[in-house]
Design a protein around this ligand. Structure first.
Ligand SMILES: [Fe+2]
Length: 316
């Protein structure tokens, strides 16, 4: 196994482990300190490697899949298609741990065409992700939440201002190819960008959120401030303030809504003060100015992350 370098910025090689890793070892080395890792060979003997194709999955998952302009995906329960793959023990132990919020829908299946790019973002709700490459190959880039990217105001999507070559400068980051059968663990608030490299790319994810984290990072603090601010406004004593928030959530695209999916917020080492919230509003409004300066570049980007639609509403 490779150990992570200590430096705070620049490139690091992602750690690698074999698929027989125990939950205890995974917890100690990666889950608790929130460090990404590739677990090799998780899906090597899955029938899904041979069986899965867009056509097969469409047939098997007909009741639930959705499509966006970028991909076809399924979001469902963990025991979907049990003959096709086996969830590793340490994954099951992780998803079932009392240290995580209970979640009904743990599983996502994605199908991406070649050269599909998931632009820089991090997953909201302090989500942790296990992502297995069932078919094809993807190139991944990860940026640590200690050296975060600027995001569109109040969102988890990085501002795309055209300076692609500079994006990794000064950032603690890694890059790797995820091959068939391998799995990557993405800790919460880690920025990622993913490029599909093969003709057919199929991935399965398992998601979970910790009840408590002991890790501090710049982006975690921002994320917590977003949620505290949203909670404060949604429960405001003036009805018209609550009404504006409800209207905002009803009519804005899902990716800019600040919603907490779990029963309560993850406990973090931070306590958000009134001053922190005030400063957050100022900083996010500054990002709004930055956004307005390149508004012409946002449209294609918005298209790529558009809200998925139910299959029966779409003509494939
Ligand atoms: Fe993501």
């Amino acid at each position: 196994m490779q150990s992570l370098p200590i430096q705070n910025s620049g490139f690091f090689d992602i750690a690698r482990e074999s698929s027989d890793i125990s939950f205890e070892e995974f917890s100690e080395k990666y889950l608790t300190p929130e460090i990404p890792v590739i677990i090799e060979g998780v899906g090597n003997d899955w029938p899904a490697r041979e069986r899965w194709s867009e056509e097969y999955l469409l047939k098997q998952l007909a009741q639930a899949p959705t499509v966006s302009t970028a991909s076809l995906w399924y979001w469902g329960e963990r025991d979907v298609l049990p003959e096709d793959f086996t969830t590793p023990d340490f994954v099951n132990q992780c998803l079932d741990s009392p240290a995580m919020f209970p979640r009904k829908l743990h599983t996502r299946i994605w199908i991406h065409k070649m050269y599909n790019v998931s632009s820089w973002h991090y997953d909201a709700n302090f989500t942790n992700v296990f992502n297995v490459q069932v078919k094809g190959k993807k190139e991944w880039f990860l940026i640590s939440p200690d050296t975060p990217l600027d995001c569109y105001p109040y969102t988890t999507f990085a501002i795309m201002d055209g300076k692609k070559e500079d994006v990794l400068e000064g950032k603690r980051h890694t890059q790797f190819f995820l091959n068939e059968g391998d799995m990557v663990y993405i800790p919460p608030v880690w920025f990622h960008k993913v490029i599909a490299c093969d003709k057919e790319n199929i991935n399965i994810n398992w998601l979970f959120t910790k009840r408590k984290t002991t890790v501090s990072s710049v982006e975690l603090k921002r994320d917590l401030e977003r949620y505290v601010l949203h909670n404060y406004l949604s429960n405001h004593r003036f009805k018209f303030v609550r009404g504006i928030v409800a209207l905002f959530n009803r009519y804005t695209p899902v990716f800019i809504q600040i919603k907490w999916n779990d029963e309560e917020m993850t406990k973090t080492p931070y306590t958000v003060s009134g001053l922190d919230m005030f400063m957050r509003v100022l900083k996010e409004n500054f990002m709004l100015l930055k956004t307005l300066m390149h508004v012409n570049k946002i449209k294609p980007y918005m298209k790529s992350i558009s809200r998925p639609k139910k299959l029966d509403k779409i003509k494939l």
